[in-house]
Ligand binder design. Structure first.
Ligand code: SF4
Ligand code: ZN
Length: 317
């Protein structure tokens, strides 16, 4: 019978791409070690930084909050959990409840902002419009990125950590290729500083397989969500995910190789992808055309949807 390659204990997980067999404790340690290596390789956090972890309440973000709290709270970094309530009745409430419980257990402050407060409409209200030019998730993502910036800035964070894992990373790389979005490749460079985000963004799980993050979540008892977003429409992404999973099953380690190749290609595009920007005439944030995506889409929503205005909504998000 095989035993843990590290300590000789009871086998729990075999990393097919490396041939390593690990017991449950050594597996959990290995996730923390991999995260720490990625953070240090890309110099994601400086000493005593105030780190905002973007916590949706899903298993990946709750796992990231736990790993970063374990690793960096003892090093006198400050950690806060920032969450966005898009306003999807019956879906986000459960996730935010999970986020609240895990943040409390870890002794981490949680700050929540809602689309309704920031933009004047909930996602349910905004999507009540049939002929939208973009998919629900692309639409939602534009507002979510702004909301995260807003809450991170208010919370005086110096860096935002998101839970994108290795699978997310290579899927995005492949999708950019398939859409012909070559200039966006450079934006995936871990060292790329996007000036349209006022607070730096990092992805400490970008070298960890999605399967391993899920296993970590399960093993440490991170709560799993029982419902998924009713607007979720992944289209091409789920086809790319299935294809990459199939390749990994027949060629273990293929995803790691693809990550290395992607990073190599991306680094060659990084310089040429630097964007020229001008201030948005509505909110003053950087934009490519004088009106940022958030202000443009917000105006479109207001034109098409009869929304109940929230008096606290900030102009331009
Ligand atoms: Fe927004 Fe799509 Fe996530 Fe739903 S699944 S919250 S629409 S990004
Ligand atoms: Zn704007």
């Amino acid at each position: 019978m095989s035993v843990c390659t590290r300590c000789g204990g009871k086998p729990f997980y075999t990393r097919r791409y490396s041939g390593e067999t690990l017991c449950a404790d050594c597996f959990l340690d290995s996730i923390a070690e991999k995260t720490k290596r990625t953070v240090s390789k890309y110099r994601m956090f400086g000493p005593h930084e105030r780190i905002a972890v973007a916590v949706s309440g899903g298993k990946d973000s709750l796992s990231l909050l736990r790993v970063l709290s374990d690793l960096y709270l003892p090093r006198r970094n400050e950690i806060i959990a920032i969450s966005v309530d898009e306003g999807v009745v019956g879906y986000r409430d459960e996730a935010l409840e999970h986020a609240r419980a895990v943040a409390k257990e870890l002794g981490v402050e949680q700050v929540v902002v809602s689309y309704k407060d920031l933009f004047g409409f909930s996602l349910d209200e905004a999507l009540d419009w049939k002929d939208r030019p973009v998919s629900s998730c692309s639409f939602c993502g534009v507002f979510r990125r702004r909301a995260i910036d807003e809450v991170a800035t208010r919370a005086k964070a110096t860096v935002v950590a998101t839970a994108h894992n290795l699978d997310d990373y290579i899927q995005t790389f492949m999708m950019n290729l398939m859409h012909g979005d070559i200039e966006r490749l450079g934006w995936l460079d871990p060292a790329y500083a996007d000036d349209s985000f006022p607070v730096r963004r990092v992805k400490p799980f970008m070298e960890i397989y999605e399967e391993e993050v899920a296993l970590y979540a399960f093993q440490v008892g991170v709560p799993f969500q029982s419902v998924s977003c009713p607007y979720m429409h992944e289209g091409l992404r789920s086809e790319v995910r299935d294809y990459l999973n199939m390749m990994e099953a027949s060629h273990p380690g293929m995803k790691n190789v693809l990550l290395r190749s992607s990073l190599d290609v991306i680094s060659r595009f990084a310089r040429s992808s630097e964007k020229e920007s001008v201030p948005c005439r509505s909110c003053g944030r950087p934009s490519s055309s004088g009106l940022c995506n958030v202000c443009r889409m917000k105006a479109e929503v207001e034109e098409h949807v009869n929304i109940q205005r929230n008096p606290r909504a900030a102009g331009g998000g």
